[in-house]
Design a protein around this ligand. Sequence first.
Ligand code: ADP
Length: 336
Amino acid sequence: MNVLVINCGSSSLKYQLIDLETEKNLVAGNISRIGMEGTEHAHEAAGAKKKEPAKAADHLEAVGLVLKEVIEDEGVPIRKVSELGAVAHRVGHGGEKYHGPVIIDDEVKTEIKRLIPLMPLHHPAMLAGIEACQKALPEVPHVAVFDTAFHGTIPEEAAVYGLPYELYKKGIRKFGFHGNSHEYVAAKAAEFLETPLHRLNIITCHLGNGCSVCAIERGRSIDTSMGFGPLPGLIMGTRVGDLDPGVIRYLMDSEGLTIAQVDDILNKKSGLLGLSGKSPDMREVLDAAEAGDARALLAIKVFCYRVKFYIGAYTAAMGGADAIVFTGGIGQNSRG
Ligand code: ADP
């Protein structure tokens, strides 16, 4: 069976067409900088790699590019839609309802929509991806795979906030994200180390536009840097990461900002973008720092310090670490 895997990030769409019998990737690609200047489409099929400028003003247009490559173009691996067994969509938050993959129906979409306030940057993009794919491929089953599911093993002492207990009972707790990524790279690291996963303590650092660190003790997530939503923890492209909650009240009082304006700052104007004043994109921040921009250099230092901080915390939480794994666009590509 062939499965098309779709992963819509806030500004990117990654995809792979996988033959489940042979576990071969038939097509893989990444459309980056969606809705920005300089959208790029990198893809690989039958061993041939290409990277070209593309036009994708939004995720709907990006899905159009993917389907053209996977189904419509001459010489593509799939000639008929019936050869596609399923489309698997990465979804950010499964809330308390979903602890594993589910077929996407109206109820699932309603739940994903309901959780938008918890994932304001991701769920709209993910929903747009789901809806565009369902429209283009109505006869194929679409499956949601949730980022929160892997963190279901985080023990209470790490998941509970120091808030009144009733709020925990109402579902205000750490959920954690990037679970599929953390789970996958930990398994790959174990393979690489030729040691069973259940004998290893691993710290995984997913550093993309969104960033999180995970402590994986003997194959189970025991803590992670994101929380109830994807805002806390590391410095990200535009998100603030850890912050004293007192700053929110202070900004509202001293700057006369509404809660929506503060929320906009924390989600969309902070992180690498806010600190550097240049870009949320690490490559551009690195270029600016290299050219001598002091704010860009500060943004990189803050970013790296926070990663180091969490690695130290999780080494202590697990009583040591056998491996530290880096993934995501920054983790995979930047040696800085
Ligand atoms: P998303 O979270 O949207 O899926 P990615 O995992 O693709 O994003 O990561 C995007 C980030 O990776 C951007 O900040 C980008 O600048 C960074 N990145 C990509 N390539 C490099 C590189 N060679 N060096 C440093 N950063 C890189």
